[in-house]
Design a protein. Structure first.
Length: 179
């Protein structure tokens, strides 16, 4: 088990094949997936998991499993994804929390730690989040991260807002991206 980050309440670690039951349950929940094209079945969830395992190898990051440290149980996925947005490669903070764990501040706590990791450890100068215009809860999380909407784009066939934040002065690499 590769632990990436810990916060007072949460542990973010790389996904493992054994996480499929949780991932399939979360991604199969219609309410959790309401801003995605559709909920995923078990086979699609297996591919989702495999895709993130490949991201770890290819990019050094991906969506990580978020565990509640006191429960020792998974609550969602949060991490960094390399996304092509209108021809430019952007580093996105993605977050997805399973419905039984909503409204506990997990998305904000985990995504804030990932933002700080991107700026402080990886030396990134900017991160984004791609959020559907109707997804007000995710927009709220992005604003708590210090992000502001920059523009509207078509991403994977759907309209998204690009929320972005830059590293504070003195943080981030002066030479740009590190990947």
């Amino acid at each position: 088990m590769t632990v990436i980050l810990e916060t007072p309440r949460l542990r973010l670690r790389e996904l493992e094949p054994e996480d499929l039951d949780f991932v399939a349950e979360m991604l199969g929940d219609a309410e959790v997936m309401r801003f995605y094209p559709k909920p995923l079945d078990r086979a699609e969830s297996r591919e989702w998991l495999a895709r993130h395992l490949r991201h770890y190898e290819d990019d050094g990051h991906g969506l990580w499993l978020v565990e509640d440290r006191s429960l020792g149980a998974p609550v969602g996925q949060v991490g960094l994804l390399l996304q092509e947005v209108e021809g430019d490669w952007e580093l996105e903070i993605g977050y997805l929390i399973h419905r039984p764990f909503w409204r506990r501040g997990y998305a904000t706590e985990a995504a804030s730690a990932v933002r700080d990791y991107a700026f402080g450890v990886r030396g990134e100068r900017r991160v984004i989040s791609l959020i559907r215009p109707e997804n007000l809860p995710s927009q709220g999380v992005a604003r708590k991260l210090g992000m502001a909407p920059e523009r509207e784009v078509r991403f994977r066939g759907l309209t998204h807002l690009v929320f972005a934040v830059r590293a504070p002065a003195g943080q981030g690499s002066s030479s740009g991206r590190l990947w």
